[in-house]
Design a protein around this ligand. Sequence first.
Ligand code: SF4
Length: 328
Amino acid sequence: MTTKKRVLSGMQPSGLLHLGNLMGALDNWRKLQDQYECFYFIADWHALTTNYADTSKIRTFVHEMVMDWLAAGLDPEKSVLFQQSLVPEHAVLHLLLSMSTPLPWLERVPTYKEKMDQFQDRDMNTYGFLGYPVLQAADILIYKANFVPVGTDQLPHLELTREIGRRFNQFYGQVFPEPQPLMTEYPKLPGTDGRKMSKSYGNCLYLSESPESITKKVMAMVTDPARVRRQDPGNPDVCPLFALDRIFAPKEWCDHVNVECRRAGIGCVDDKKELLKHLLAYLKPMQDRRKELVGDPKRISEIIQEGSKKARLIAAQTLAQANEAMKL
Ligand code: SF4
């Protein structure tokens, strides 16, 4: 029996993962594995809340994402890696929690309206979409997670989970502890066009992308827009490429660029070449691991199945407690 505190986090399966996903979540998940008992799940039911009309790629997306997880260093020996839809207890707890969750709590979730506006191409006026914070609460509460890694923008979601759990406890007795945020502020990662790296902008550098393709994209990447010619001084503070330098290149190089760019002592091509050297070296071990996994699809399925079995054992215990508390 482990005495480590428990961490829970999930990711919607959306296919290949990019550097933004790596720096924004995976890299942190990997580090947490040694300190906590980590449960990381493939949030395939959550993916349905926005993509219910076309599920044709979901299995491929799950498979690709788990390959990226493993390549990035998530270890099924240390963490429980599982698929939400293979643990139906989440859905039952979601149903139970939905009984006592007031509707206005869901309607006031900041991302509810934002996403409604974002997905104008589809009908988001669905029961599943409105209720996704309740499913999220069930995902967390069913493992009695002590911590959930969040950035400041996700704090309201976690607070809602805590409120939903508190309300259940008030009606039926103490079942759910309150999960605490594990505050993690991530470096903002710009894409190749300078906007936030995101699949919907088509500006991503993927973890599994070939070195040739990454090189091509980085060499064409947007830099300080005011620096038109080589002899123009640039400003690293507004340059998206420099944001990548800061993450992947050594400090000495960043210090050098920070001085030389401002007096046109270095060209963007030089900086890009140096960044590539470090970025590709950083990605290489992950890409090597991933190549091994590509040849062994059965292994991926086994890892998901085994992890989901482990998760179910815990989820079933909590659900039994919730049923008992509700006198069901
Ligand atoms: S030298 Fe580097 S930091 Fe300066 S504008 Fe070019 S890419 Fe950006």
